[in-house]
Design a protein around this ligand. Structure first.
Ligand SMILES: Cc1cc2nc3c(=O)[nH]c(=O)nc-3n(C[C@H](O)[C@H](O)[C@H](O)COP(=O)(O)O)c2cc1C
Length: 169
């Protein structure tokens, strides 16, 4: 379980996933991507990155590039943490269009079992003035949008994937 975060919500998502995988009897190690240097030691990867400008953070993109060969021969699940649930009105209808854009921008052509775009936390202090103005013009709402119930379900799916028959998308 490796994550890249700016304000911490992705770290907490990774920690929750790791705790649920531990409960399922798997030995999950949760670490910032920047601090993972022994990738070969892991049998599977759950990679989580905050999304800025419809892309993963630079260290997360670098992690995919650096490990693309290894990740091709290990099971991989991917979480992008953005803010689709903060959108309102016409923007809300656009929200589902972001997931394929992010997936397309991932470097390394790494095959993965599932990619989920989840909402994280967005606060005024996270954005520069221009960003706060745009956020307001788009009618977005600040808040903590993390869906812990959905996350638990995803952890269960990952756990089943690791003990069940291999199936790669
Ligand atoms: C500068 C900036 C740019 C962002 N760009 C996007 C974006 O393009 N798409 C999106 O869905 N969320 C975007 N977000 C929302 C964050 O991805 C969201 O707040 C997430 O929870 C941040 O994770 P973190 O707390 O781990 O840093 C942006 C947030 C900031 C501060």
């Amino acid at each position: 379980m490796a994550y890249a975060t700016v304000h911490g919500s992705t770290r907490e998502i990774a920690e929750r996933l790791g705790a649920r995988l531990d409960e399922a009897g798997l030995d999950a190690d949760v670490r910032p991507m920047k601090e993972v240097h022994d990738e070969d030691a892991y049998e599977a990867f759950v990679l989580c990155s905050a999304v800025h400008g419809q892309e993963w953070l630079p260290e997360a993109r670098e992690f995919l590039r650096r490990n693309s060969e290894l990740l091709r021969v290990r099971p991989v699940w991917i979480f992008s943490v953005g803010m689709p649930d903060s959108l309102r009105g016409p923007w809300k209808r656009m929200a589902h269009k972001e997931e394929p854009v992010i997936a397309e921008s991932l470097p390394g052509h790494v095959p993965y079992r599932r990619h989920w775009l989840m909402s994280g936390v967005i606060r005024p202090a996270h954005l520069p003035l221009a960003g706060r103005v745009l956020f307001r013009l788009m009618g977005c709402r600040y808040g903590d949008y993390r869906d812990w119930t959905a996350l638990n379900g995803r952890a269960e799916e990952i756990a089943r994937g690791l003990v069940g028959p291999a199936e790669r998308h």
